[in-house]
Design a protein around this ligand. Structure first.
Ligand code: SF4
Length: 146
């Protein structure tokens, strides 16, 4: 178990959930995935395509009523000890959509958020810093669990 934890701690998997974003934050996430200057994988993590493989979940968007149930269902599929990161001001407070009839967020109404990355959208540097914080939290949780 300890060996597995050490191996896993060097390779956390990132998973992205779009909770009704305007896509601005998602473009910045794509920047950290595709542009070498901001390459998030240099932090020792990698994007994955399934919530069941994820360790760190990055959530964009204000959690619209239309996607709420799907987002909550996918979120529940991510195994513990997951680390939750709110990317952009929308998931943190609703941002420019706050108080809209179509918004069910902010996301901390439904689950705990470990790292907030404010901005509209946040700069790639801020996203890298937030992911680095999330990795440290995740390593700590793995150690506590082992
Ligand atoms: S924080 Fe700004 S860029 Fe990001 S989803 Fe909200 S409105 Fe779009």
């Amino acid at each position: 178990m300890a060996l597995f934890s050490n191996v896993a701690a060097r390779s956390p998997w990132l998973y992205r959930i779009n909770a009704g974003s305007c896509n601005g934050c998602d473009v910045e996430l794509a920047t950290t995935a595709c542009i070498p200057r901001f390459d998030v994988e240099r932090l020792g993590c990698q994007y994955c395509g399934s919530p069941k493989h994820a360790d760190i979940v990055l959530i964009t968007g204000p959690l619209t009523a239309r996607v709420k149930e799907k987002v909550l269902r996918v979120y529940q599929e991510i195994p513990d000890p997951k680390v939750t990161v709110a990317v952009g001001i929308c998931p943190i407070s609703g941002g420019v959509f706050r108080d809209s009839y179509a918004i069910e967020g902010p996301i901390d109404r439904y689950f705990d958020v470990d790292v907030n990355i404010p901005g509209c959208p946040p700069r790639p540097q801020a996203i890298l810093e937030g992911v680095a914080q999330a990795i440290e939290i995740w390593k700590q949780r793995l150690q506590e669990a082992s």
